[in-house]
Design a protein around this ligand. Structure first.
Ligand SMILES: Cc1ncc(COP(=O)(O)O)c(C=O)c1O
Length: 286
């Protein structure tokens, strides 16, 4: 039998987090009992649709958004693809330039690579020694041809947090949109779509003690950007993401974001303390 010393310690919470027991409890009734398709127009469907609606309200509240601004997806990868490819496919021909930080996650860089092959102009901004995009350089490259700028709300490898509001102001001055991949930020730092001025935001449940395979794209309702869906089908999620909704996962996502919001201030302090202790111990001279 393994002693506690031999047990591996899981420190890879940026990759994924374990499911919170309370999230599992919230999901269980929707795996078997309340199994209806939320698009069905009968009692079973209505019960499922109500659960989806409650979860949507929690996710919207967690982001400072409205319910109608939340489009469920299979995770942040799909949300990023929908944001970037969806905007590009619906854009006016003169807005053919997309900008991102060079340190974005592959779930942003790869869709941009695909768009580059399709003829869009892509600018990848180098970051400074702290891993942050240079705002003067950003202001110099964003112009009236720019469709969208994509900068993560927290970097997935080194955790740097860029000044989204200042980036949004630079984008909006040229009529460009700001998309942020917030997979590593939601539930960890306070985030409010209005305060930050973001137009589109991607989030993933499994980074915040929720289930894998579910996430969302926030799309601002005011001056709603035109998006072409990635999938054609039944027209769920306001026509932006066809496919039967994953009700148990969505319910779990709602529970997870609510729990994360409740414990955010204490948890942020606890994690900062643990980080400092680890760094200090690692850098101590022996
Ligand atoms: C910043 C960032 N974006 C996107 C993803 C992918 O998210 P998902 O697993 O929900 O597709 C991750 C996780 O690996 C991430 O850290």
């Amino acid at each position: 039998m393994r002693t506690p010393v031999d047990q591996p310690i899981y420190l890879d919470y940026q990759a994924t987090t374990p499911l919170d027991g309370r999230v599992l409890d919230a999901m269980l009734p929707y795996l078997a009992g309340t199994f209806g398709n939320p698009s069905s127009i009968h009692e079973f469907g209505f019960a499922a649709a109500e659960a989806v609606d409650r979860a949507r309200a929690k996710i919207a509240a967690g982001l400072g958004a409205e319910r109608r601004e939340i489009i469920f997806t299979s995770g942040a990868t799909e949300a990023n693809n929908l944001a970037l490819k969806g905007l590009a496919a619906a854009a006016a021909p003169r807005r053919h330039h997309l900008v991102a930080s060079a340190t974005e996650h592959p779930a942003v860089l790869e869709p941009l690579e695909t768009l580059a092959r399709a003829g869009f102009d892509i600018t990848l901004l180098e970051v400074d020694q702290d891993g942050l995009p240079d705002l003067d350089r950003l202001a110099a490259v964003v112009d009236e041809r720019t469709l969208v700028v994509s900068v993560a709300a927290a970097n997935s490898e080194i955790g740097t947090i860029p000044p989204l509001r200042a980036i949004a102001d630079i984008c909006h001055a040229q009529g460009a949109l700001l998309h942020t991949d917030a997979a590593q930020a939601v539930g960890k730092i306070p985030l409010d779509v209005d305060r930050e001025g973001v137009d589109l935001l991607s989030v993933s449940a499994h980074k915040l003690y929720g289930p894998k395979g579910v996430g969302a794209l926030f799309v601002r309702h005011e001056h709603r950007p035109k998006l072409r869906p990635l999938l054609d089908g039944g027209g769920q999620e306001q026509g932006l993401r066809s496919g039967t909704l994953n009700v148990p996962a969505i319910v779990g996502f709602g529970a997870a974001i609510e729990l994360a919001g409740e414990k955010l201030p204490q948890e942020a302090r606890r994690l900062a303390h643990l980080r400092d202790r680890l760094r200090d111990a690692l850098t101590q001279e022996r």
